[in-house]
Design a protein around this ligand. Structure first.
Ligand code: ADP
Ligand code: ZN
Ligand code: ZN
Length: 693
């Protein structure tokens, strides 16, 4: 008889003991094996983390008998090195190991009653496997910079060691082509697999096609949130068995077991979507780097605007820098950057209504005359961000959140425009008169994508206009359909949110117009400038991609033309701008020079949150010497204090030493579990390396 310590999908920081009857099950237990057990009265899946010869429950303490493992899942055990990865993530992000492991396993595998069915359906898929249509290989003539980067990367593969590199290249410089060529070289060896991580919105059929045309004859597996359960089960099993040589996936795929993982590429490494914002709040980039280090394999970060965390490591020579400074495609150019000052126009009602300067309107006209496309980028969907009363101070605040409800145009069979809360999802009819004073004149304030669309329609009745934002792309496949319209040149003016800013290679876009960014230029978020800069570079990068794009320009409307960000944007070399930003961070003792964590309390009662967090703070100050280990700030409400009726409060912890911060948080975890047990209706969450506050 053996005893196994099992992780279950439960929010509990402990393993559960079960006994293992080798004769009945027919084999010895193995770490990482997925098993069927009974928990309470329910049959569920567990994973073996430890094996022991004797029961760890002392017999005198034992109040119940240890239950038996019932059966094993029809798949290989998760490799021990993957278990190590989960253990690391569990420790670093302070989440129960079971929760970490099960987040990486397809839902079907978690229900033992499904196992026979999954096995059968996979068998069917295996039998049906046909070779896909042969894709014609794309042969690019790489330029000197690309060749140099590829050769350095190949050299790194030959060294067979862990090494981090950064491929920094302006948009359109051919980074994708470079990393795909590297992946192609690695996967010449059929026993090697590569993981390519991309931000959620970059995972388009276009990218899939590019991967397949450069890496021909490789089995490419795409992991995204829209896979059907059976597709997901199959993909998971395949990758785990060492098949599927190139795995392209978003955040969560960093936790997938990959048998022969040999290299990791993280495209757009600075992208915020790599950070999970609920459940286990991990950074896929950081986990990927840990995974590469543990497996002693190379990892490549790619970006036109690397995060300051990454850039600081380049300066410290911990990351090797590979650079691409020219646009790759023949005839494509780097667009001219024009700042359109709105200080004076901002005061006119005409501008407030239209949202575009006369100069911009003229440029739209000129561009369309040349049969080129215009892209207007505004990072706010809906018609207007607020509805307000002209007679009193009423504004369309959400009942459940400390945020405004956004006015959306009427849609389909709705009778009126609606107010949408973008935080809790509450949708309400627009009131006919002011709910506070009865005044009939309630007016939209500010601009959203729908308003700009309407304005452009009024100004240019002869142009074909297309809006691309979350509202226009809710149905599956809709986004791709709209992007194809742009590619097929069926539209003249495209209006969109940040959905448009990434990845897309629109070859006919000549003029890019960026509006309504001033609020983010002076925000309280210390990363605001960095984020805005990355976004502007991405948006600007949509222009001038085609052949013959000499007229391409980016026009940014702003009231602050002297802001450092615009200087940096015009300057092709980011180094000096990044240097300034890093110096500011250093002086202010902010990341990457310090490490941060948040402890969050969420409940219906803000005062109670604060009370509990003060208790936690006092405890931490007692057990962790604050002057030495870390600074623990007082509890404050979060940036958006109330969402969906839940009050949110936070404590910020900061240290210049990652390990000291870790130790303090571990101590805090025990106590927060205790506090949770005393306050059942409250959630207490620890978040490492937060990016929103
Ligand atoms: P990035 O990832 O740096 O934004 P991409 O890899 O998407 O750039 O390349 C931009 C465009 O340039 C793509 O259409 C790509 O096919 C093309 N391209 C890349 N390398 C070359 C090359 N050496 N010669 C011609 N075109 C290239
Ligand atoms: Zn009013
Ligand atoms: Zn709300």
């Amino acid at each position: 008889m053996n005893f196994v310590q099992v992780a279950l999908e439960l929010p509990l920081y402990k393993l559960f003991e079960y006994s293992w009857d080798t004769t009945r099950i027919g084999r010895e237990p193995v770490i990482g094996q997925i098993i069927e057990i009974e928990f309470g009265k329910k049959k569920c899946a567990g994973i073996i983390i430890e094996i022991k010869k004797t029961s760890s429950e002392k017999s005198e303490e034992k109040t119940y008998s240890v239950k038996e493992v019932l059966s094993i899942a029809p798949c290989d055990p998760l490799p021990e090195r993957e278990i190590k990865l989960y253990q690391f993530a569990s420790k670093y992000y302070l989440r129960p190991i079971g929760e970490v492991i099960f987040s990486s396993i397809p839902r079907d595998w978690k229900i033992p009653a499904n196992w026979t069915r999954i096995e059968k359906s996979i068998q069917k898929k295996e039998n049906k496997k046909t070779s896909e249509d042969k894709v014609k290989e794309l042969n690019l003539f790489f330029n000197d910079e690309q060749l140099k980067a590829i050769s350095t990367l190949n050299q790194i593969t030959n060294n067979r060691i862990y090494e981090i590199s950064l491929l920094k290249g302006i948009t359109g410089s051919g980074k994708t082509a470079v990393y795909l060529e590297w992946i192609k070289n690695i996967t010449k060896d059929q026993n090697k697999q590569c993981l390519l991580l991309v931000p959620e919105i970059n995972l388009t059929p276009q990218l899939e096609q590019t991967v397949k045309t450069i890496c021909t004859e490789r089995d490419v597996v795409i992991l995204h949130s829209n896979l059907t359960p059976s597709e997901r089960n199959y993909a998971w099993l395949k990758i785990q068995k060492g098949e599927g040589q190139i795995i392209v996936g978003t955040r969560l795929s960093v936790l997938t077991p990959i048998k022969n993982l040999s290299a990791i590429v993280i495209d757009e490494e600075h992208d915020n979507s790599y950070k999970q914002q609920d459940g286990m709040r991990y950074s896929a980039r950081d986990v990927a780097i840990w995974r590469a280090a543990h497996l002693k394999i190379p990892v490549l970060l790619c970006s036109a605007t690397p995060s300051l965390e990454t850039w600081q490591k380049v300066i410290e020579k911990k990351i090797k820098l590979l650079e691409l400074t020219k646009r790759a495609k023949l005839g494509s150019t780097i667009p001219e950057i024009i700042i359109s000052d709105i200080k004076i126009e901002n005061k006119t009602t005409h501008f407030k209504e239209i949202g575009l300067t006369n100069y911009v309107i003229e440029q739209i006209r000129q561009t369309s005359k040349r049969d080129k496309q215009v892209l207007i980028f505004i990072n706010r969907r809906g018609f207007a961000p607020i509805l307000a009363c002209e007679a009193c101070t009423w504004k369309s605040g959400c009942k459940k959140c400390s945020a405004w409800q956004v006015l959306h145009k009427k849609n389909g069979n709705q009778k009126t425009a609606m107010l949408h809360c973008h935080h809790c999802g509450l949708i309400e009819r627009t009131p006919e008169a002011c709910p506070e004073c009865g005044n009939q004149d309630i007016k939209p304030v500010g601009l959203g994508t729908q308003k700009i669309e309407e304005n452009i329609e009024k100004l240019f009745s002869d142009l074909r206009i297309l809006r691309i934002d979350t509202d226009a792309t809710r149905k599956k496949g809709q986004a791709e359909e709209l992007f194809q319209k742009v590619h097929r040149n069926e539209v003249d003016v495209i209006i969109g949110t940040q959905m448009l800013s990434k990845g897309h290679d629109f070859s006919n876009v000549e003029t890019v117009i960026v509006i309504d960014i001033d609020k983010s230029l002076y925000s309280s978020d210390f990363r605001a400038t960095e984020k805005m800069f990355a976004q502007l570079v991405q948006v600007a990068g949509r222009g001038g991609r085609g052949e013959n794009s000499i007229n391409s320009k980016i026009i940014i409307q702003t009231e602050f033309p002297d802001h450092e960000i615009f200087r940096a944007l015009k300057d092709e070399n980011l180094d000096s701008f990044y240097k300034e930003l890093l110096e500011e961070r250093k002086t202010a003792k902010l990341p990457p020079f310090t490490y941060q964590a948040l402890i969050l309390a969420e409940s219906k009662n803000q005062e109670k949150n604060e009370e509990v967090l003060i208790q936690l703070k006092k405890y931490l100050e007692k057990v962790v010497n604050p002057t030495e280990a870390c600074i623990i700030y007082d509890p404050i409400p979060r940036g958006i204090q109330r969402v969906g009726g839940i009050e949110r409060t936070q404590i910020l912890m900061e240290s210049n030493d990652r390990i000291k911060l870790q130790k303090s948080l571990e101590k805090g975890l025990d106590y927060s579990e205790y506090l949770k047990s005393k306050n059942h209706s409250m959630r207490i969450i620890i978040e490492r390396d937060p990016i929103t506050f």
